[in-house]
Structures are given as structure tokens and as C-alpha cells.
Design a protein around this ligand. Structure first.
Ligand code: RP5
Length: 153
């Protein structure tokens, strides 16, 4: 039987997938089971709400939400779940991703999201694993090992 996903990755478009595959690959390297879904906050609002509102009940502990342009996906997801949400602003052709970044990082009081760098998919995976590690020692150990390897070059 497949392991229950602990991290849910959601992105606004299939066009985000080439970048967000880096997040999935990093989670795999850290041994974290995840689920990946494409759901747009403005094209498929009901799908987003249903997925986000059921995530905690399905066993997920952290959500990674990636989107570009007027990137409200992370905030919409955060409105529908008690889980921590890490957002990944996608680099965009017109404004270089500053549009996505500002849409995500300027959440009003009461509904916070964390935000990594533009196209920071790999860091989102590491941060998600660190959050898991705050309560699950096996993931804390994975992060400690990774940091040790970085220190050794
Ligand atoms: C956002 O709009 C998506 O997250 C994507 O980054 C951007 C462009 O989407 P497509 O027009 O490529 O589907 O919703």
C-alpha cells in the first residue's frame, strides 16, 4: 500500500510543473511521501477548496502552493486549511516573478503563508521537511544529515 502523503504540492497550472518537479525530487531525496495536484484558484476554485479543505483529514501535514502572475493560490489554500502553507512564486515572462512574489508575500493579518524565493521549489521541499521534523524525529535527522553534507562540501 502506498504511504500516506505528508506534503501536498499544489500548483496553478501544468506550466508550473517543470519548476515544481524540483520540489518533488527533493522530497523524494528526503524520503517524504507527497501528493501533487494541478488546481487553479481562479480557473478551478471548487477543486482548490475541496482539495485544501480535505488535506489535513487525509493525513497531510504541510502544503506547498506554487503559482505565477496574480498568484492568489497560496492564500486561497491557506483560507481552507489549518495546515502550514509554503508558497513558491513562479518566475514570469512579463514581470520576472515579482508579480507572483508580491501576491504571495503580502498576505493580510490572520491568514499567513510562508514564501520562498522566486522558483524556489527545492527550498520549499526542504522547509516542508523541516516543519515535519519539528514533530517527527526521522525527518529532523534527514535535515541534520543534509546540513552535515553541505558543511563538508
Ligand atoms: C498561474 O498563472 C499559474 O500558476 C501559472 O504560473 C500562470 C500561467 O498559467 P498558464 O497560463 O501557463 O496556464 O495561474
Amino acid at each position: 500500500m502506498a504511504e500516506t502523503p505528508l506534503v501536498g504540492i499544489v500548483m496553478g497550472s501544468k506550466s508550473d510543473l517543470p519548476v515544481m518537479e524540483e520540489c518533488a525530487t527533493q522530497l523524494e531525496a528526503l524520503g517524504v511521501p507527497y501528493e501533487l495536484v494541478v488546481a487553479s484558484a481562479h480557473r478551478q476554485p471548487e477543486k482548490v477548496r475541496e482539495w485544501a479543505s480535505s488535506a489535513a483529514g487525509r493525513g497531510m501535514r504541510v502544503i506547498v502552493a506554487a503559482a505565477g502572475k496574480a498568484a492568489h493560490l497560496g492564500g486561497v489554500v491557506a483560507a481552507s486549511t489549518p495546515l502550514p502553507v509554503i508558497t513558491v512564486p513562479m518566475k514570469t515572462a512579463d514581470l520576472g516573478g515579482l508579480d507572483s512574489l508580491l501576491s504571495m508575500v503580502q498576505m493580510p493579518t490572520g491568514v499567513p503563508v510562508a514564501c520562498v524565493a522566486i522558483n524556489g521549489a527545492k527550498n520549499a521541499a526542504i522547509l516542508a521537511t523541516q516543519i515535519l521534523g519539528s514533530g517527527m524525529p526521522e525527518y529532523r535527522t534527514k535535515i541534520e544529515t543534509m546540513k552535515q553534507e553541505m558543511a563538508e562540501g
